[in-house]
Design a binder for this molecule. Structure first.
Ligand SMILES: Cc1ncc(COP(=O)(O)O)c(C=O)c1O
Length: 407
């Protein structure tokens, strides 16, 4: 039985106090906390198996190589793709830059179009702007409706420009909106585009099967899904990855090197130059084991319940303007709001004094905030260990904002 109150015990940090109050951690979209077994998996790797991979003709080298391969298998199974299609990177940002600096620079030219959306995290906007700057291509940005959903009519209209690349998020980190990625992928493919999906906020909360979405690239970060920092994943379709140029070059990614030239290793090594983060991959696999034991349907069920409860409670607080869809069916992971008359940073500081950790600012979505006519918001974000009590404590702490600011 999925019970956040019970599984909280697996997360050592949640017993901490902050400012003399029990920690209420509502910043999981920035990074999730890690269960003990993930921490132990990394520790055990370093204590028992640490060696460099691929090149060691010794037992520890073989063990490390096998652990990396096993972690890749776990990730591939989890998101429904083939092992060679899983490329380990540092994080979502690196995964998206990999696509931009390889596929993007090699395939886009003056006059070409890319399409993205106004709700993107900067990681899924700035790399395309950079490709545009270097190639002379342009970026078209689809807006959101007044309900905080992606404007699909505008999306359809931008697709008539025959973009070469379309990039969108699966779940918005600021609005919480879940985008209809399968449908959007189909539409973009019909228009002839390569499709890149930023899954950073989706993979932690719902069973994502990249093969069912049908996109060409899908990116996510280990640290937002109970895994360690410094490990992330780019999933790419083999057919598109195979002919692509490498991103970084050097050790570990070559087949043969002469004084003049080099040839590349097969997938996924071609895209994993240098010493990989084996401990991170082991930790990520351990996080996936943990999530799979909970069951991704249960995880999403809990996520939806918490979002629903947070919406219900936040709507009762005077002066709060809730961002994003009103219906929890269309949202995941977080609820952001504006406290009218009080700056988001002031709200977050007061909440912190009560032990409540939330994020304030633009959440790396400046164009989205601008489109809504605000500069900053407060975001409460959740994970498997979030309880209704956490939300209640946040709402109680908001009373202090009222006391201090008289609003
Ligand atoms: C939707 C989305 N995309 C990308 C990122 C960037 O992730 P990372 O910092 O792990 O590269 C984030 C992080 O908050 C995010 O929420």
């Amino acid at each position: 039985m999925f019970d956040p109150k019970v599984l909280r015990r697996d997360f050592p940090i949640l017993t901490r106090e902050v400012k003399g109050k029990p920690l209420v951690y509502l910043d999981s979209a920035a990074t999730s906390q890690k269960p003990r077994e993930v921490l132990l998996a990394e520790k055990e790797y370093y204590e028992q198996h640490n060696a460099n991979v691929h090149r060691g003709a010794h037992t520890l080298g073989d063990e490390a190589t096998q652990l990396l391969a096993k972690a890749r298998q776990t990730v591939a199974r989890f998101v429904g793709v083939r092992e060679g299609e899983v490329i380990f990177v540092r994080n979502t940002t690196e995964a998206l830059n990999l696509v931009a600096y390889t596929w993007g620079l090699d395939n886009l030219k003056q006059g070409d179009t890319m399409v993205t959306t106004v709700m993107e995290h900067h990681s899924n906007l700035v790399p395309w702007q950079e490709v545009a700057r270097r190639t002379g291509a342009k970026v078209e940005v689809v807006g959101v409706t007044s309900e905080g959903l992606l404007d699909l009519a505008e999306y359809q209209q931008k697709l008539t420009l025959a973009p070469k690349l379309v990039a969108f998020g699966h779940v918005s980190n600021a609005l919480g909106t879940i985008n209809p990625v399968k449908k959007m992928t189909k539409m973009a493919h019909k228009a002839g585009a390569v499709v890149v999906v930023d899954g950073a906020q989706a993979v932690p909360h719902m069973g994502v099967k990249v093969n069912q979405i049908g996109c060409d690239f899908y990116a996510f970060s280990g640290h937002k899904m109970l895994g360690p920092m410094g490990i992330g994943v780019l999933v790419g379709r083999r057919e598109i990855l195979d002919p692509m140029s490498p991103f970084l070059t050097g050790g570990g990614m070559i087949n043969e090197v002469t004084r003049e030239n080099s040839t590349w290793a097969d997938l996924p090594d071609k895209f994993e130059a240098g010493t990989p983060n084996v401990a991170g991959a082991v930790g990520l696999a351990s996080a996936i084991d943990y999530l799979e034991r909970l069951g991704m349907e249960e995880v999403r069920g809990h996520d939806k319940q918490i979002v629903e409860y947070a919406l219900q409670e936040f709507y009762k607080v005077r002066n709060l303007v809730i961002l994003g869809p009103k219906d929890a069916n269309y949202r995941s992971g977080s609820v952001s709001f504006e406290y009218q008359g009080v700056h988001a940073h002031d709200v977050a500081t007061i909440l912190d004094s009560e032990g409540v950790a939330v994020r304030s600012g633009h959440h790396c979505t400046m164009p989205l905030h601008k489109s809504m006519g605000i500069t900053a918001s407060v975001r409460a974000s959740f994970n498997v260990y979030t309880t209704k009590e956490d939300i209640k404590k946040l709402v109680e702490a908001l009373q202090k904002v009222k006391t201090v600011f008289g609003k």
